[in-house]
Design a binder for this molecule. Structure first.
Ligand code: NAP
Ligand code: MG
Length: 487
């Protein structure tokens, strides 16, 4: 699969050779270069946007049922090749193969979900002041979408945009992260295989500051759908050269609150999963945990044990490892910086704190899952997104304090609560200023329900019906009627 994608882009329904294939892509577990991709030139970007523009009207005018069938076919094509796509993802991203396969299968599920939504795009009829008027609101696709995606979920984050946009009747030009371009190219190739018409889906590659920025500034792009850091999201919002729709899914610093009534073992299992899965490189990773003082000591001891029990390994050689390599040197360096900062300010290191030892880990970006106790908001780990396998824990005395601390960052993506008392659950879930509150579970999102951030975590929604409506304009058609002759 990889060999056919090296040095390629997907433009106008074809896998084409990039003009300057110079960006090296490394396997983060070993440092080996697995291939190169191109830096899209102005001309290549132009061809992709033109292809998407030319394909737009015919795609939008297809009966909804036909677009739906295309998306079902895409879901089938992806699921049928899940093993190869998963290995490709592990090779460029580092997560264990079983986890990567799970992500590919969720992408296939997303195709089927939006295939079904595509067939249910309906409008509204709105009452007027007098009965001789009809106000109808119809929904129309926005046009050409530019999608810019990060490297932590190289399939799903492309898929949510791709499927929502295509269901709505939009066409798309995708610019994946420079370090994980092959998964996006593989998805683009699957679109061709599934018979999606030429130009509807295009994938161009290259560094974000060059190619992503050019896509943002392109006047032929009607909407930017971006997932990435808050800093780049803000830059995108500020640098558009014409008015266009924007959805920005940005960074987080997600809190977990564990109350005195919580099932402590369940809370520990949840905390270990959502702090360390994908090496913590998840926008909705648990970054910090506030624990009721009466159960604090027991909680931190159990969490440290759970972290120590996790297996770190090369995700290709060991498909069922708990953690693979981090995706690149950058998030690992930030993890170490946050660790050092916290320890210097008095945090207690209870688990991890270093790379695993041994020759197998020498060339990769591996790090042990790390637990820090007695953290305060003076420490970066409690207020900034680490995007690494590290979690800070602190005690609280009142629920009001837990809420105040939880809301005390610029972010508002996801939050987690463990507690058995219904009053506590209601109190916390209504006051946490987050787009998601997950209670007694750490799987915050499902494809059927809207997902999006507040504050510096972004604008707009993905998932659910809302994730398709983001790609639509509303049009109000107001008609005045007269009594027909002879009535
Ligand atoms: P990033 O540096 O912001 O990059 C995201 C994407 O933007 C990449 O494709 C990048 O390209 C591109 N880019 C960079 N500069 C650009 C510019 N000036 N104009 C246009 N595009 C530009 O983020 P990341 O480090 O890849 O990803 C981690 C971040 O994503 C974290 O903050 C995480 O929380 C966030 N995230 C949010 C969600 C959510 O749903 N809210 C989900 C996942 C991740 P290159 O990589 O090729 O430079
Ligand atoms: Mg980056």
């Amino acid at each position: 699969m990889l060999q056919n994608l090296i040095g390629k882009m997907i433009i106008d329904g074809a896998v084409v050779a990039a003009r300057s294939p110079t960006v090296e892509v490394a396997n983060p577990s070993t440092g080996e270069i697995i291939g190169v991709v191109g830096i899209a030139s102005a001309d290549e970007l132009e061809r992709a946007v033109r292809a998407a523009r030319a394909a737009f009207r015919p795609w939008a005018d297809l009966p909804a049922k036909a677009r739906s069938l295309h998306l079902h076919n895409l879901g089938d094509a992806i699921a049928a090749d899940a093993d190869a796509m998963a290995r490709l993802m592990t090779l460029e991203q580092g997560k264990p193969v079983n986890e990567a396969r799970g992500e590919i299968l969720k992408l296939a599920e997303t195709c089927h979900f939006y295939a079904e939504e595509a067939a249910r795009i309906h409008g509204e009829t709105i009452p007027n002041d007098s009965t001789d008027f009809d106000s109808t609101v119809v929904r129309e696709p926005i046009g050409v979408v530019g999608a810019i995606t990060p490297w932590n979920y190289p399939a799903e984050l492309v898929g949510w945009k791709l499927c929502g946009a295509l269901a709505a009747g939009c066409t798309i030009v995708i610019k994946p992260a420079e370090i994980t371009p092959f998964t996006a190219l593989a998805i683009g190739a699957k679109c061709i295989e599934a018979g999606i018409p030429a130009g509807v889906v295009n994938v161009i590659t290259g560094p974000g500051s060059v190619v992503g920025q050019a896509l943002v500034e392109h006047k032929g792009v009607d909407k930017i759908a971006f997932t990435g850091s808050s800093a780049v999201g803000l830059k995108i919002q500020q640098s558009a050269t014409s008015v266009k729709r924007m959805a920005l899914e940005l960074g987080g610093n997600c809190p977990m609150v564990v109350t005195a009534s919580a099932d402590l073992d369940a809370a520990v299992a949840g905390a270990a999963r959502r702090s360390f899965r994908n090496c913590g490189q998840i926008c909705i990773a648990i970054n910090r945990i506030y624990v009721a003082r009466s159960v604090y000591d027991a909680f931190v001891a159990k969490l440290a044990q759970a972290a120590d029990a996790l297996r770190v390994a090369d995700g290709l050689a060991d498909p069922s490892a708990d953690l693979g390599s981090m995706a690149s040197a950058e998030p690992l360096a930030k993890t170490r910086a946050h660790l050092n900062d916290a320890v210097a300010k008095g945090a207690r290191l209870l688990a991890g704190g270093a790379a695993p030892e041994g020759a197998a880990f020498a060339k990769g970006h591996f790090f042990r899952p790390t637990v820090l106790a007695d953290c305060t908001h003076e420490m970066l780990v409690m207020t900034e997104e680490t995007f690494g396998p590290i979690v800070g824990v602190a005690p609280f005395d009142t629920l009001a304090e837990a809420v105040q601390k939880s809301n005390d960052t610029p972010y508002g993506l996801a939050s987690y609560v463990y507690g058995k008392d219904a009053d506590e659950i209601r109190y916390l879930s209504r006051r946490l200023d987050y787009g998601n509150v997950a209670v007694n579970t750490v799987d915050a999102g499902i494809i059927n329900a809207p997902y999006g951030g507040r504050k510096q975590s972004g604008v707009g929604y993905e998932h659910g019906r809302e994730g398709m409506l983001e790609y639509m304009n509303f049009k109000h058609i107001r008609v005045r009627y007269d009594l027909p002759e002879g009535a």
